[in-house]
Ligand binder design. Sequence first.
Ligand SMILES: Cc1cc2nc3c(=O)[nH]c(=O)nc-3n(C[C@H](O)[C@H](O)[C@H](O)COP(=O)(O)OP(=O)(O)OC[C@H]3O[C@@H](n4cnc5c(N)ncnc54)[C@H](O)[C@@H]3O)c2cc1C
Length: 43
Amino acid sequence: MSKKLVIVGGGAGGPSAAAKAKRLDAELQVTMLEAGEHVSFSA
Ligand SMILES: Cc1cc2nc3c(=O)[nH]c(=O)nc-3n(C[C@H](O)[C@H](O)[C@H](O)COP(=O)(O)OP(=O)(O)OC[C@H]3O[C@@H](n4cnc5c(N)ncnc54)[C@H](O)[C@@H]3O)c2cc1C
C-alpha cells in the first residue's frame, strides 16, 4: 500500500512541498487542500 501525504495550503509552500515529496517518493499519493479559489500561480 502506497503512502499518502495531505498538504494543507496551496500557496507558495504547498506545491513546493508536494513537488519535493514526489521527487523523494514517486509512488507517494499527494493531496493538496486549498481553502481559496486559486492555488499558487507563480513560477
Ligand atoms: C502584500 C505581500 C506581498 C508579497 N510580495 C512578495 C514578493 O513580491 N515576492 C516574494 O517572494 N514574496 C512576497 N510575499 C511573501 C509571500 O507571499 C509569502 O512568503 C508566501 O506566500 C508564503 O507562502 P506560504 O505557502 O507559507 O503561505 P501562503 O502563500 O499564505 O499560503 C497558505 C495557503 O493556505 C491556505 N489555507 C489556509 N488555511 C487553510 C485550510 N484550513 N485549508 C485549506 N487551505 C488553507 C490559504 O488559503 C493559502 O492559500 C508577499 C507577501 C505579502 C503579504
